[in-house]
Design a protein around this ligand. Sequence first.
Ligand code: PLP
Length: 454
Amino acid sequence: MKVFNNIVETIGNTPLVRLNKIGKGILKAEILLKVEYFNPGNSIKDRIGISMVEEAEKRGELKPGGTIIECTSGNTGMGLALAAAVRGYKCIFTTTDKQSKEKVDILRALGAEVIVCPTNVGHDDPRNYHQVAERLLHEIPGAVFVNQYENLSNRDAHYKTTGPEIWEQTDGKVTHYVTTIGTGGTVTGTSMYLKEKNPAIRTLGVDAYGSILKKYKETGAIDMTEAYPYLIEGIGQDIVPGNFDFKYIDFVEQVSDKDAALMCRRLAREEGIFVGFSGGAVVQGLLQMKDQFKEGDVVVVILHDHGSRYIAKIFNDDWMRDRGFLKDEPITAKAIVDRKQIKELVSASPVDTVADAFRKMKELALTQLPVIEGGKDVGSITENMILHLLMENPYYRDTKLAEVMGKPFPYVGLNHTAAEISKLISKENSAVLVKTNMGETTIITEFDLIEAMA
Ligand SMILES: Cc1ncc(COP(=O)(O)O)c(C=O)c1O
């Protein structure tokens, strides 16, 4: 029987998968993605979870029934929670309110206590998630603060597992190693091993705009003017953690939140590889560094975690649109209808009078109404038309719409773009109609169009 004794034994030996479409015509090298979401906790951090627990046990700090405390954006917590479940420890995690809710819920599902702290407070602020973890350590007897930032078992785990796996899986042919950098464990530990095997291997790190790491690599100085809030989770720093050793990193590239988020979506749709924010960041960084690779190079790229933890963020159109990340995409009739709070069509009948129609418009703060008869769009009436009619003759107020209404509003399809719709909207025609996927008719007014584009 081929059986694992427990779930932590299944950690590692993740596959290398070729990048097929995204680099085509841009990257001459062979690009191999090491897909770390195949780990049981769906991220590379499973490797360091068990490694840090075992080291704490060996040092005699973690005893049966003990408590593991950690500052974690979720993935390390997951790795620790799996190890704690198997070995019988309690977990308390501090994290920041920047992290996705899914990650926090998953940790709680695994029995951990999670304390969410504010993101934008200084490192020495008592509310900072490191400071909260430190405080708990002193308050809880038998607690161990594993501290993935300073604990060198973090990078050791990569030295012992990630590095050897890459070397063996590529038959020693790897020429470049590319990864995002957060605590520095993945980049430093793996690079130490690979450079020992072949010092010519180049290690390229991917950082976020808003992090100090690139400047630190290039100048040796911590420049806090480089630090500002960004959205990519798990990468970049405003400190230099102990797990870094910059002599094992040859170059650092920075990427933007928007480019990283859009690349996650491309990886899912074009390659079927469903990764989290830092996975999009690393592939975006790879494309930005294209001139560093030549034909024949074998480039191994780490994808840290799975996209399911970011469903409410980078894979949610509203979240992306709210941050201006979808601005380059043409806005379609479908997107405009999806945004509308009231989708139900308000209409008039040809037997309604001008006064009836105006009353309805006033009540519902509308500036136009389609005139519908037997489910068919037969005409339209607008505020502007009513004004002109009443100016001509106040008795028009009692006239039936059938006698005075304008042309029916034209229909558009759900895929019509805002540019196409705006061509149909004019002084005489202030709206268009559209049939939703449910077969219902709804209206797109000039106001809806402006709202979608503003
Ligand atoms: C999703 C994700 N990507 C990248 C990283 C960076 O890895 P490392 O901390 O080993 O530098 C982390 C670390 O928390 C992470 O959670």
